[in-house]
Every structure is written in structure tokens, then in C-alpha cells.
Design a protein around this ligand. Structure first.
Ligand code: SF4
Ligand code: SF4
Length: 219
């Protein structure tokens, strides 16, 4: 997949129509999920040095990893963007650039998405390319309050220059507990949100695909 300028313009133009089309019931479910995700992320952020001494604003090398997101999280992020035109514009511009960067490595990227082909070697090779998530803006996450649970759980016990070579995940008991609660709650709602084919897709492409689907639904 590669996002064209025309597709980006179409998504931006149709945002009002998409918001109108989303029924009140759906919007309130998305809002409820958003509240849960925000509350979880506030808790995770509040752990501070109990989670990691090294993860800090501006350090975002790990945002070149492939972080997956559930359908409920994707829906929350999509509507978070649709309700914020400027953020949506930045995301679409970043996505255009990211898609261009992925294009020469599409085979590797696809192997990282397929459950049967994805292994540590493929993931490490993609990480080495340092192609950051389209939500990464000047070294910070532009959707921080509603970032996926996988991102909020990711922490390091080693400095960023070590992460750049070999990513490290570290979970305390407290992080696992918060994360488990939020995951369980979201899992119960997954069926209420659209699930697309067998591809896992990383968070920014998954949101992009969902936005394109939403545009299709109003055209
Ligand atoms: S996990 Fe590593 S790269 Fe990511 S914010 Fe923490 S120290 Fe930085
Ligand atoms: S959603 Fe935010 S935290 Fe997660 S990979 Fe993208 S920029 Fe990084």
C-alpha cells in the first residue's frame, strides 16, 4: 500500500461526513474506550522512574519498532484524529513520507506483518531501518494520551543508545497489573469494532487503513 496525495486530501475532506455518519451509539462506545485508554496511559506515565529511568520525552528510537494495536485502540485513535484536523493533517503528511520510505522494503515490512513469517530477524532488520511511526512528531508521540497499550507498556532498563541497537522491554509487576486490567477490559469490546483481514499491521498503518475504510463508507 502507498498513500497518495489525493487519498490524503480525500481523508481530510471527508472527515466531517465520517463524523456525521458515525452513529451516536458508536461514538459513545469509542468515547468510553478512549476514556479507559487515557486512564490507563495516565497510570502508566505516572509510574515514572518505577517503570524506567531512561524513557523520556524526546527519546523515541523505539517508535521505529512495529507496535501492534487492537481494533478498539485503532478506532479510538482514528476518531481522535478526525476530531482534530491539524493532527490529522500532520499524520497524513507523515504517513505519505513513511509509505515512501517503506516502499523499497515492502517485502520485509510484509514479512513483519504476517504472523507466520514474522520472526525476530525480520523485526530486527526492519527496526534497523529506523523508519519511525507516523505519529512520531519531533521525537514525541502526537497521540500520547491515547497511544496503544503496547506502546505505553514498552520501557527500557538500558539507555537509548543501547535501545537503538537492541530494543529492551522491561515490565514491573505494577505495569503488568495495570496493563492486564486495561487489556482485559478492551478485549471484551473488540467485537464491537471492525476487524480487518489477517494482517497484523503496525499502529500507524492500521489507523491509515481504517481511515481509508471510513472514507469509503461515506463515498
Ligand atoms: S525504550 Fe529505549 S528508545 Fe524507547 S523511550 Fe525508552 S530508552 Fe528511549
Ligand atoms: S503510537 Fe506513539 S508511542 Fe506508539 S510507536 Fe507511534 S509514536 Fe511511538
Amino acid at each position: 500500500m502507498i498513500l497518495s496525495d489525493a487519498a490524503a486530501r480525500l481523508i481530510a475532506e471527508r472527515r466531517e461526513a465520517i463524523l456525521v455518519r458515525a452513529g451516536a451509539g458508536h461514538r459513545s462506545l469509542v468515547g468510553e474506550c478512549a476514556d479507559r485508554i487515557v486512564a490507563h496511559n495516565v497510570r502508566m506515565t505516572g509510574l515514572g522512574t518505577r517503570a524506567s529511568k531512561f524513557c523520556a520525552r524526546g527519546c523515541a528510537r523505539c517508535c521505529a519498532m512495529i507496535f501492534f494495536a487492537s481494533p478498539a485502540e485503532v478506532e479510538v485513535i482514528a476518531f481522535h484524529l478526525l476530531e482534530r484536523p491539524e493532527l490529522l493533517r500532520v499524520f497524513l503528511l507523515n504517513s505519505l513520507e513513511r509509505e515512501r520510505m517503506i516502499l523499497p522494503h515492502e517485502g520485509l515490512y510484509r514479512r513483519c506483518q504476517a504472523a507466520t513469517l514474522c520472526d525476530d530477524a525480520n523485526l530486527a532488520a526492519f527496526y534497523a531501518l529506523d523508519i519511525r511511526c507516523a505519529f512520531n512528531v519531533e521525537g514525541a508521540c502526537a497521540i500520547y494520551p491515547v497511544r496503544p497499550l503496547a506502546c505505553s507498556l514498552y520501557n527500557s532498563i538500558v539507555p537509548a543508545d543501547v535501545c537503538a541497537v537492541e530494543p529492551k522491554a522491561y515490565e514491573t509487576e505494577e505495569m503488568r497489573m495495570h496493563h492486564g486490567d486495561a487489556r482485559r477490559w478492551l478485549a471484551g469490546h473488540v467485537r464491537s469494532f471492525p476487524v480487518r483481514d489477517g494482517q497484523r499491521l503496525d499502529v500507524s498503518r492500521k489507523v491509515l487503513v481504517r481511515l481509508i475504510d471510513l472514507v469509503d463508507s461515506v463515498t
